[in-house]
Design a binder for this molecule. Sequence first.
Ligand SMILES: O=C(O)[C@H](O)[C@@H](O)[C@H](O)[C@H](O)COP(=O)(O)O
Length: 234
Amino acid sequence: MAWVEHRHADAAALADALAATLHRQCERALVERGKALLALAGGRTPFPAYRALAASDLDWSRVTAMPTDERCVPHDHAACNLRGLREAMAGARGLTLQALTTRDGNPDASQAAARAMLAHHPDAFDVVVLGMGEDGHTASLFPGAPQLDAALDPARADGAVRVDPDPLPPEAPFARISLTASRLLHARCIILALTGHAKRAVLEQALADADPRRHPVAAILHAPSATVHVHWSP
Ligand SMILES: O=C(O)[C@H](O)[C@@H](O)[C@H](O)[C@H](O)COP(=O)(O)O
């Protein structure tokens, strides 16, 4: 397990640093491999960084991004992460955004579609941006979800799984499609971005307790092969 802590004065400074890191990693990928592949968390924390990144001077025609997880809702639904990403990154002319769900958000059809899409993108992500909830979830790897063990299984190669959070989060009471822990860890740069003291306390618990069934984010933090860059601000 290895993690590098990046403390920031406030959420705005965190967003600036995150945007700079994303830009740097994308530029490196374009120079070294001629393309870049990103997996980007939903939620509120990273979106200012996505907007700043979209305004930068990358050759977006060679960049592909996808959500780390998606709510099983129609693509025009307000809770759709892809919709939010599309809006935040509207300035990134030529960016390819890959969906994890079908247009209607049907959970089982979406799981199959996500797996088929990922089969066409087998390369390591150049950057994965993750958030964390106060229950220790990351992406849509929710504690207590019936599919959590499957989503954490390092032997899985299908890359995406339907997750039915139990209980359903009141702010987003939907089934999800989540990239699996092993697919999220198949990455050159892994960033976990969180703010506030409550989440800091949960992070400390997850760092101290490697059992991902209590805090699924521990599956990322304690992965033997990964170095996780934790960006935190009060
Ligand atoms: O689909 C989502 O919402 C995210 O992937 C989810 O895992 C998010 O990163 C955390 O819930 C933190 O969200 P905030 O950044 O809004 O606190």
